[in-house]
Design a protein around this ligand. Structure first.
Ligand code: AMP
Length: 547
């Protein structure tokens, strides 16, 4: 066939996730993967074990009738079994759907039914969260338990046990993912209103994301590292670290549910962790812990932090007091998730420490493979001058082009006609490319790394007969970075007490969504078109104090 270009003469080598595990098994088969256990000890095994068990898992899924493109869900902390699911499920051409254990029951029911998950792998320590909703899950044929203590009884129907299943099959399994365009992972992210939206990753996008974050100028990981992903595997693919670490053959330390600051500090010291990754709330807790009870951190090279803005003061605290380097990154579920990393360059050598922290507190430079732009309200691109502030848009090899099973028209607002994704973040970009987030257009609150929809809380509050109007905004919080504040006007001449509203919200929302603070006011400011003016409210309550 005649084309108008000269095609390259290179192999079609599919960029599929199984290649990553094959590589690790060949080169790093004796490198270790540790998982923290309840008694403080560690389960440990090697990449060779991970490889063999992931292959067994492929056979198990086939025996269970899982076919190409089927969604298979996980409901678990970070642990070695979850890592096996990260490889075994896509390896048999199915889609690994990581369920966020912190969502409300209603959201979980919606997501599982929307994805039509056929099987859910459940960490037995989380049974109490999934048992009450099991009868509402329309497509789930089996629940497969791991980490179940002997004799555990459960109300879940059609339960199978992970270890039993693995022990009944062989390690002979041919990977089934033979096309890089195949979907391999699914992750839902909260919307401002309405139901969560699914992001469906392909083998190719995840493979390229893995290359991207493994560039030395990005997260700076080496095969000599001992990496602890504190960021959950159920949130944005643990920032891609399970695949990145496997590609490089780093040792991995999985903290499981042992996320209290003292436990993390002990783990870092005992396991000689060199790189740990998590949200600012986690590192804030760790800092307080280390100040009150110092540990030997001599091996800890860097803390990767993202998910919310890392306060400059906390970067300074870690770097100045504890001599631990902080690497600030920004990303989104829709971006697999890493988009930018804030690294210094040689031209910054002459800056004072304070000047360096200023730059490290920005969200940083785009990772090659991703492009950024900022746009004004009229859709005109704004200059990278460090002053102009506009809506941040992105495109790239690991950025979603639409949401899973949603009419693209419904989400037209999220994607531009010329092929960019609208992040809902507001940012400036300096002439040398450092992006700095200054605000958010999406009406969401990010608390300890998890989303809370202000609009949904407002709608619920307005449903109370004594509420005339309500607005919910984020206020700063030392531990969680942001918490919701409910601002309420009661109907005329009626006294409304906080406990009535607390009771209403507690019935509908997960605990982390419930505002601790309420402001009862006479008026809520409006924009010229009559919408609640959240900018004014955010300014009014910017210190978190009720005025
Ligand atoms: P998620 O999809 O849950 O990972 O959330 C992505 C959103 O989290 C982004 O659009 C930002 O609003 C926020 N976010 C992530 N990382 C950062 C960061 N380093 N600084 C500020 N906001 C962040």
């Amino acid at each position: 066939m005649k084309t108008d270009f000269l095609p390259g003469l290179m192999m079609d080598y599919p960029l599929t996730i199984d290649r990553i595990l094959e590589h690790a098994n060949k080169l790093y088969s004796d490198k270790k993967i540790f998982t923290k256990l309840a008694d403080g000890s560690f389960h440990q095994y090697t990449y060779a074990d991970l490889y063999k068990r992931s292959k067994r898992l492929g056979n198990v899924l086939q025996k269970l009738g899982i076919e190409s493109g089927d969604r298979v869900a996980t409901f678990s902390w970070n642990n070695y079994q979850h890592l096996e699911l990260y490889f075994g499920i896509p390896g048999c051409a199915a889609i690994c759907h990581t369920l966020n254990i912190r969502l409300s029951s209603d959201q979980l029911i919606y997501i599982i039914n929307h994805a039509e998950d056929k099987v859910i792998f459940v960490d037995a320590s989380l049974l109490a969260l999934i048992e009450p909703i099991a009868d509402k899950l329309r497509t789930v044929r089996n629940f497969i338990l791991f980490n179940a203590p002997p004799g555990l009884s459960t109300k879940l129907p059609n339960v199978l046990h992970y270890e039993d299943l693995l022990s009944n099959v062989t390690e002979n399994f041919e990977w089934k993912c033979n096309n890089e365009s195949m979907a391999m992972g699914l992750c839902y992210t909260s919307g401002t209103t309405g139901n969560p939206k699914g992001v469906l990753y392909s083998h190719r996008s995840m493979f390229l994301h893995t290359y991207g974050i493994n560039l030395t100028n990005c997260l700076g990981l080496f095969s000599t590292d001992v990496v602890m992903p504190v960021v959950p595997q159920f949130h944005a693919q643990a920032w891609g670290l399970p695949y990145a670490c496997t590609m490089l053959g780093t040792d991995i330390v999985m903290p499981a549910m042992h996320l209290a600051p003292a436990s993390l500090a002990d783990t870092i010291e005992k396991m000689e962790v060199t790189v740990a990754a998590g949200v600012p709330t986690i590192w804030n807790g760790l800092y307080q812990e280390l100040k009150s009870m110092p540990r030997n951190l001599s091996k800890l090279k860097s803390l990767v932090v993202g998910g919310s803005a890392m306060p400059r003061a906390l970067i300074e605290a870690f770097e100045k007091d504890l001599k631990v380097t902080v690497l600030h990154a920004w990303g989104m579920t829709e971006m697999s998730p890493v988009g930018t990393v804030s690294r210094l360059q040689s031209k910054h050598d002459s800056l004072s420490d304070s000047g360096k922290w200023e730059i490290k507190a920005t969200q940083g430079l785009q990772v090659p493979g991703v492009e950024l732009r900022i746009m004004d309200d009229a859709g005109v691109e704004m200059p990278w001058d460090g002053n102009s502030v506009g809506e941040l848009q992105v495109r790239g090899a690991w950025v979603a082009k639409e949401y899973y099973r949603q009419d693209p028209d419904t989400f037209r607002d999220s994607f531009t006609v010329d092929g960019w994704f609208r992040t809902g973040d507001v940012a400036s970009i300096s002439p040398d490319g450092y992006m700095k987030i200054t605000d958010r257009t999406k009406d969401l609150i990010k608390s300890g790394g998890e989303w809370i929809s202000s609009v949904e809380l407002e709608n619920a509050l307005m449903g109370h007969p004594k509420v005339r109007e309500a607005a919910v905004i984020a206020i700063p919080d030392e531990k969680w970075l942001e918490r919701p504040l409910a601002i309420v006007i009661s109907v005329v001449d009626v006294s409304l007490i906080q406990s009535e509203l607390e009771e209403l919200l507690a019935k509908k929302f997960a605990k982390i969504w419930l505002p601790e603070k309420y402001a009862f006011v006479k008026e809520i400011p409006k924009t010229s078109v009559g919408k609640i003016d959240k900018k004014v409210l955010r300014q009014r309550y910017k210190d978190g104090t009720l005025v």
